[in-house]
Design a protein around this ligand. Structure first.
Ligand code: MIG
Length: 685
C-alpha cells in the first residue's frame, strides 16, 4: 500500500524540508481537485463534521476549520483571531472525516489555506504560483499520518537536558549586575532556574557577535561564574548585520558577497535594530557556512545556547521605500487633512515596516541562480537557524547546543526549536498557547513554548500563576517579557511560594517530561496531542480544545480564565487526578469518565494520570545539573499492571538510540516493582 504520494507541479524550488527520497507520482491526484482557472489551486469538499488539523504556528483552534490562513512569515506581534500569518510557514494539514489523509505543500512562497472560511464546506489551497511539491499522506489513524509525515521530514531537534529547566528572560537584562541579581533572587528564594536569556542589549550597538564591553567587561569569566551556580546564559542573535565600516562581520560579508543583493547587484540595505543592515544570504551555501561559523565567537566564551530573532526577516524599512515616503510626505505638509487625504497620509507612513514590496527588492544567490526574495521568503529563518546548527555540528560535534528560532519552515524542526513569538499578557493567549502546541508537534516542532506570563502588556500575579501551570509542561519553559512592561520574574510576586512550588513541580516531573520528549522525537510521535488523537472512537473528544495529552500517560486541563476557581473538564476514560501543591504535598482521587467541574486553586497543579500508567518523578532540585537521576518517586494509576520506559542520558551526547539510555519500570497492582536496565534506580514508593 502506498502511504505517501508526491505530486510535482512545474519546477519547485528545493527546500530540503523532506529527507526521504520520494519520486514524483504520475497518476491522478487523490482526494483533492486540481483546478487551473487563472492560477492553479486545489479544492476539497468537506462533510459537515470533518475536522482539519495542522498548520503549526497559527491562531485559532486545534480544529482549523472556519478560518483562512496564509503561510507568510511575518513579524506579527498581534496574535488575534483574524490574523492569517504569524512568524512561521507550516504547510501540513490533516483532514479527518470519512477517510483521513494528510497534505503537505512544500512551497516556500506565500500560500493560502481557506479552510471553510469563504464557504463552510470548501477547503481551498491557493499558492502564489504553480511550482510546488504536493504530498498526500495516507494512514489508518491520525497518529499514523503524523508518523508517516514525520518520518519523511526527519527527526526533530533534541536540545541539551538543561534546556528543559526553567529559563528567565527579559528584554533586556542590561548588564552583569542585573543578571546576577536575577540569579541571586532565584537561588535565595529557592526558585529553580537553569538559564537566563540575554536580549539585544548585551551586544555592542545591536551588532551580532559583539559584546557590550562596558556591561559585560569579562564575559567568559561571567559565563563561568554563572555556570558554577548551574545557570547558562542564552544570547539572542538577530538576522540583520549592521552596516558599519570596520565591523568584521560586515566587512567580511561585503567582501565575499555573502549578503543579499538588490536588483542592481548592490548589498541590499534594510533598516532594523542597528539602523541600516544587510541580510546574510543564508540560502547560499557558502554564506550560510560563514554566518554559522560566527557563532563560534560566543561558543568560545562558554555559551551553550542561542535564540535567533527577527528572521522572517523583519524589516522596519527599506532604504528605497523610505526615500519614496520622504518624497511623498511633502504634499501633506501644512495641508488641512480631511478624511481622504488623512487616510492617504496614514497609509503612506503606516506602510513602512514589513512592507510587502520590500520583500521583492532583494535577491538570493542559490548555486549561481538568483531568486527574488519573495519567491523563497518562508525559508529565511529556517536557513539562518540551519546555518547555526550546521556550524555546531562542526564546532561541537559531541555536544548538543540549545537553539531555537522565531521564524521557521518545516525542515527547520531538525535543526532547532521555536518559541511562539510576541504574545501578550492576556488570558486568551494562555488558551492560544494550549491550542498551538499539538499543531506544532504535528509539524515536527517538539521543542517549543510560549513566552510565559506574556511578552507584551502588563502581567498580573494570577495570570502568571495560571500560565506557569501550563508552562511547566512545555519543553521550552521560559518566562519572557518586553521592555517597558511590568516585571514578571517569579520572585516579584506576593505568592512567591506558589511560583516556587509550581516551578518545582516541573523539575519533579522532569524524568517523565524528558523521557517522553526524547521518545517522541526518536519515534516521530507527538509529545502534546489533542484528545481526539488517542480517543478515536469518542465523538466528544474531538471537541475538546482546552485539554491536552502530554506524553503517553498524562492529561492536563489548565485554567485560562481570570477569577475562575476551577473549570469544567472532560474525561474520556476514568483517570486518577493528582492535586499537587508541591512534590511533597499532594492528594489524589480516581475520577469516573465524563464531564466534571473541578476546583483548581491558584497555587496548585492538577493533572490526570491515565489507567495503567505511571509517571516517574524526581525528588526535584534547583537546576538540572543538580538532579539525581537514580532516585525516583512515581505517580501511579495501576489497575493491574503498568510499565514505563525511562530515557536517561548525560544530557549532552547525541547517541539517543543507545540501549543503555533506556530502563524499564514495571509496577503491578499487588505492589511489586521491577526495574530493568543499566541505571541503578532507587524507587521510593
Ligand atoms: O522587535 O529583541 O520576539 O522576544 O525580546 C522586537 C527584542 C525584537 C522580538 C522578539 C522578542 C525580543 C525582541 N524582539
Amino acid at each position: 500500500m502506498i502511504m505517501i504520494r508526491r505530486y510535482q507541479y512545474g519546477s519547485p524550488i528545493q527546500t530540503d524540508a523532506v529527507v526521504r527520497e520520494i519520486p514524483p507520482y504520475e497518476g491522478e491526484l487523490k482526494y483533492l481537485k486540481e483546478i487551473r482557472k487563472e492560477i492553479l489551486h486545489f479544492a476539497y469538499t468537506m462533510e459537515d463534521n470533518d475536522v482539519v488539523y495542522g498548520l503549526g504556528e497559527n491562531v485559532r483552534g486545534i480544529n482549523k476549520r472556519g478560518g483562512i490562513y496564509e503561510s507568510k512569515s511575518s513579524d506579527e506581534p498581534s496574535h488575534l483571531e483574524d490574523k492569517r500569518s504569524l512568524y512561521a510557514a507550516h504547510n501540513f494539514i490533516i483532514l479527518q472525516g470519512e477517510v483521513n489523509f494528510g497534505i503537505f505543500v512544500d512551497y516556500p512562497r506565500v500560500i493560502t489555506f481557506d479552510i471553510g472560511y469563504t464557504n463552510r464546506n470548501q477547503f481551498v489551497i491557493t499558492p502564489s504560483s504553480a511550482d510546488l511539491d504536493l504530498y498526500i499522506i495516507e494512514g489508518e489513524s491520525l497518529k499514523d499520518i503524523v508518523k508517516e509525515f514525520r518520518q519523511m521530514i526527519g527527526r526533530s531537534y533534541i536540545p541539551p537536558k538543561w534546556a528543559f529547566g526553567y529559563g528567565q528572560s527579559r528584554w533586556s537584562y542590561m548588564d552583569e549586575d542585573e543578571v546576577r541579581e536575577v540569579v541571586k533572587k532565584h537561588r535565595d528564594n529557592q526558585i529553580p532556574l537553569d538559564a537566563v536569556y540575554l536580549d539585544i542589549d548585551y551586544m555592542d550597538n545591536y551588532k551580532d557577535f559583539t559584546l557590550n564591553e562596558k556591561a559585560f567587561p569579562n564575559f567568559p569569566m561571567f559565563v563561568e561564574e554563572l555556570k558554577e551556580q548551574g545557570i547558562r546564559l542564552v544570547p539572542i542573535i538577530d538576522a540583520g548585520v549592521k552596516v558599519e565600516k570596520g565591523y568584521d562581520v560586515y566587512e567580511e560579508g561585503v567582501e565575499n558577497h555573502y549578503f543579499c543583493k538588490d536588483k542592481e547587484g548592490n548589498d541590499f540595505v534594510a533598516g532594523v535594530w542597528p539602523g541600516k543592515v544587510h541580510f546574510p544570504d543564508v540560502l547560499n551555501k557558502k554564506a550560510r557556512k560563514w554566518f554559522g561559523q560566527k557563532y563560534k565567537f560566543l561558543l568560545d566564551q562558554g555559551i551553550e545556547g542561542f535564540w535567533n530573532d527577527m528572521n522572517e526577516p523583519a524589516i522596519f524599512y527599506s532604504e528605497e521605500h523610505l526615500k519614496e515616503v520622504f518624497e511623498n510626505i511633502d504634499q501633506f505638509k501644512g495641508e488641512n487633512l480631511d478624511i481622504d487625504s488623512f487616510f492617504k497620509f496614514q497609509e503612506l507612513v503606516g506602510s513602512i515596516n514589513n512592507n510587502v514590496n520590500d520583500y521583492k527588492r532583494f535577491y538570493h544567490n542559490v548555486e549561481g541562480e538568483y531568486y527574488r526574495h519573495d519567491k523563497v521568503h518562508n525559508l529565511y529563518g529556517y536557513n539562518m537557524t540551519r546555518a547555526a546548527a550546521e556550524a555546531f555540528e562542526e564546532l561541537e560535534p559531541e555536544k548538543r547546543i540549545l537553539l531555537f528560532s522565531r521564524s521557521s519552515y518545516i525542515g527547520m524542526h531538525r535543526y532547532g526549536g521555536i518559541w511562539t513569538g510576541d504574545n501578550i499578557s492576556w488570558w486568551s493567549h494562555i488558551l492560544l498557547n494550549i491550542k498551538m502546541m499539538p499543531s506544532l508537534n504535528m509539524c515536527g516542532f517538539l521543542y517549543t513554548g510560549a513566552d510565559i506570563a506574556g511578552f507584551g502588556g502588563n502581567t498580573t500575579e494570577d495570570l502568571a500563576l495560571r500560565w506557569m501551570q501550563l508552562g511547566i509542561f512545555t519543553p521550552l519553559m521560559r518566562n519572557h517579557s518586553a521592555i517597558g512592561t511590568r516585571y514578571q520574574e517569579a520572585y516579584r510576586f506576593e505568592k512567591m511560594e506558589a511560583f516556587r512550588n509550581i516551578i518545582g513541580i516541573r523539575y519533579g516531573l522532569l524524568p517523565y517530561i524528558y523521557s517522553e520528549f526524547v521518545k517522541a522525537a526518536i519515534s516521530n510521535e507527538m509529545y502534546f496531542r489533542p484528545l481526539a488523537f488517542d480517543y478515536t472512537e469518542d465523538e466528544f473528544a474531538t471537541q475538546v480544545e482546552d485539554q491536552l495529552l502530554v506524553g503517553d500517560g498524562l492529561m492536563i486541563a489548565p485554567v485560562y480564565q481570570q477569577n475562575a476557581t476551577g473549570r469544567y473538564i472532560y474525561l474520556p476514560e476514568p483517570m486518577k487526578l493528582f492535586r499537587m501543591k508541591s512534590m511533597k504535598d499532594m492528594e489524589w482521587e480516581i475520577m469516573e469518565n465524563g464531564h466534571h467541574y473541578i476546583d483548581i486553586a491558584l497555587d496548585e497543579v492538577v493533572l490526570f494520570v491515565r489507567p495503567n500508567h505511571i509517571i516517574p518523578c524526581s525528588l526535584s532540585g534547583q537546576c538540572i545539573d543538580d538532579m539525581n537521576q537514580n532516585e525516583l518517586t512515581l505517580l501511579e494509576n495501576v489497575i493491574d499492571k503498568a510499565t514505563y520506559e525511562l530515557y536517561h542520558d548525560d544530557g549532552f551526547s547525541k547517541d539517543f538510540e543507545n540501549p543503555e539510555h533506556y530502563s524499564r519500570i514495571e509496577i503491578t497492582s499487588d505492589g511489586s516493582c521491577k526495574v530493568e536496565g543499566n541505571l541503578e534506580l532507587v524507587i521510593q514508593r
